[in-house]
Design a protein around this ligand. Structure first.
Ligand SMILES: N[C@@H](CCC(=O)N[C@@H](CS)C(=O)NCC(=O)O)C(=O)O
Length: 210
């Protein structure tokens, strides 16, 4: 069975969403970030970068023995290739999924992280917060434009790129962002957040912090 070391966080939730969508058996293993469990020697043996999520697959397709993987986007690609789902096998449609995954990992995700850090800064720094939220808005505007012409972020098929973006956008209210200005994104968010796999994964992920 696949194990996912995770906590109730935006990067963690992407992995159970993918596993639920793909119908793969898995177990969530809590890593309490509030208690610093990501910094223990045992955890850093799995991910030197000391961050969740980490996936452990003891029965990989390739017969490699055991796969231990960090970085949520890399985990999504690994699971898509293992299951043969949510990532086209070749060509332009596959390229579009990677375009969005890289935009996520290098653009949207760091923007959200900065805005989150600015939102918990003490003493508060309104200028830093405003700057970070402006970059979040810019990234959301890009997605809103993409979604004007397509049902999903990489075309008309739901893919691991939707799951990647959803992970952080799920937390937009917590960082003080709003989807009000972005009607296409709001439509997409409403659809993705009510998928049964997404509802189930969110409930299991939130339970990690209880
Ligand atoms: N690029 C990584 C980022 C992972 C990440 O930032 N994880 C956060 C939770 S969402 C974490 O573990 N933070 C703990 C820390 O920084 O000490 C990914 O996509 O998996």
């Amino acid at each position: 069975m696949i194990e996912v070391f995770a906590f109730a966080t935006p990067n963690s939730v992407k992995v159970p969403i993918a596993l639920e969508e793909m119908g793969l058996d898995y177990r969530l293993v809590p890593v309490n970030l509030r208690q610093g469990e990501q910094k223990t020697v045992a955890f850093k043996e799995m991910n030197l970068n000391a961050k969740v999520p980490v996936l452990v697959d003891r029965a990989p397709k390739s017969g490699d023995g055991k796969v231990v993987l960090s970085e949520s986007a890399a985990i999504l690609v690994y699971l898509a290739e293992k299951s043969g789902q949510l990532l086209p096998a070749e060509g332009a449609r596959r390229g579009k999924v990677f375009e969005q995954l890289f935009f996520h990992a290098s653009g949207l995700s760091p923007a959200f992280l900065q805005a989150f850090l600015a939102s918990i800064q003490s003493p508060p720094q309104p200028e830093a917060k405003e700057r970070a939220l402006a970059e979040v808005d810019r990234a959301l505007g890009v997605l809103n434009h993409v979604l004007e012409h397509h049902k999903y972020v990489a075309g008309n098929e739901y893919s691991i790129a939707d799951i990647a973006h959803f992970g952080w956008i799920w937390r937009h209210q917590a960082i003080g962002a709003s989807l009000d200005k972005f009607p296409n994104l709001r439509r997409w968010y409403g659809e993705v957040s009510t998928r049964p796999a997404v509802v189930a994964a969110i409930a299991k992920t939130l339970a990690l912090a209880q």
